[in-house]
Design a protein around this ligand. Structure first.
Ligand code: PMV
Ligand code: MG
Length: 363
């Protein structure tokens, strides 16, 4: 009997704490936190050439074949897994190596009966697949290189995506993330190769660890409605509005909020942090009113109001339009937390037992 070699890697999901939308513009910072739910990717040898991908979210395993460095044969439902494998293959190809026959299987605790919570499952599956396939192929990649490969993979599907989700999934814990110019990094990879794109400095890109907030509990409410980040961001990027003074003000105010919130986290200043999160809610609401994006659903508005009524702060997390909202509540007031959960439930928002995840390892 031959024994199969198996490599398993996990990557956590994430929540946006502040700075969403603005972070899509290169050079703008967002605050994110990884959560204790994850995607697990298991890689083993396969008997046939190509890559067999199976997932607990798709009905059956699908065999993909290599054609000019790209995997063909899928129906698009595992696009993030496919592009992540291709990114590792691009790097190997530059070193004169090929990806051996693989079987890749994906499981998720970031879904409920096949419905996404909006906790960054696409980013987590990309990060976990890069890590698992690279390790299986014998590549020793530090966190920074794994993040960069994941961003190159994602940017091919959605060049507007900031990569904040990938950073949270890669580094874990609480982070400040500033996005690189995705057009620039794709161009470097295309013209000078992936190896070079992993080595060369990426203008604006920065990840910094932040301390967890003091005396505050991060509570998560799920609206039960999956939202499409891509279509919300496309809505915002309608040309005319992006040139408007109002959008400039959104970017400036958000930069100020994020900067102040980082300062409050670092200083352990709980009241100021709550103040900044309330400002972040207001600024997103102003953006939503002006552009009519649909960031705030009735459930998300109810989620925010309930938290603010007990002296906490809350906002949609990420693109909004459904998915999850977050609240920061006094950790020493379990009655208030229970009261907020009750009001969320009455508004059709499910309190999720999701906690911040610890920092990942950086090898
Ligand atoms: O809805 P989410 O969790 O995918 O977050 C989207 C955050 C945006 O800033 C709106 C988009 C992005 O790519 O950063
Ligand atoms: Mg979302």
């Amino acid at each position: 009997m031959t024994s199969r070699r198996t490599v398993v890697r996990r990557a956590p999901g994430k929540l946006y704490v502040a700075g969403e939308y603005a972070v899509v513009e290169p050079g703008n910072t967002a605050i994110l936190v990884a959560v204790d739910r994850c995607i697990t990717v298991t890689v083993t040898d396969a008997d046939h050439t190509g890559v067999v991908i199976s997932s607990d979210l798709t009905a059956r395993a699908v065999r993909h074949r290599w054609l000019d460095g790209r995997l063909t044969g899928g129906d698009g439902s595992t696009a993030h897994v496919v592009t992540a494998i291709e990114a590792v293959a691009d790097l190997l190809a530059e070193r004169g190596l090929a990806v051996p026959p693989l079987s890749v299987s994906v499981t998720s605790t970031l879904h409920d009966n096949g419905r996404k919570y909006g906790l960054g499952s696409s980013g987590a599956v990309t990060v976990a697949t890069v890590a698992a396939v690279a390790a299986y192929c014998g590549l020793q990649l530090p966190a920074d290189a794994r993040f960069r490969l994941a961003l190159l993979a994602t940017a091919r599907i959605d060049p507007k995506g900031s990569g904040g989700d990938l950073a949270a999934s890669t580094w874990g814990g609480w982070i400040a993330y500033r996005a690189p110019d995705r057009a620039f990094v794709l161009d470097v990879a295309r013209r000078r190769g992936v190896e070079e794109a992993l080595r060369t400095p990426w203008p604006d890109f920065e990840v910094r660890r932040l301390p967890a907030p003091h005396g505050l509990s991060l509570e998560v409410g799920w609206t039960g409605n999956p939202a499409s980040t891509t279509s919300l961001v496309r809505g915002l990027h309608r040309r005319a509005w992006r040139d408007s003074p109002s959008y400039q003000k959104f970017l400036e105010t958000t930069a100020d909020v994020v900067h102040a919130a980082i300062g409050a986290l670092e200083a352990g200043d709980r009241e100021d942090l709550l103040h900044q999160i309330r400002r972040a809610r207001q600024e997103l609401a102003r953006l939503d009113d002006e552009v009519g994006l649909g960031i705030f659903t009735p459930g998300l508005t109810a989620l925010c109001d309930a938290a603010e009524d007990v002296g906490g702060a809350a906002k949609p997390s990420g693109a909004g339009g459904g998915d999850c909202g977050i609240a920061l509540l006094d950790a020493d007031a379990p009655h208030d937390i229970a009261h907020v959960h009750g009001r969320w439930a009455a508004a059709g928002v499910l309190p999720l037992p999701v906690r911040p995840a610890p920092e990942g390892n950086e090898e």
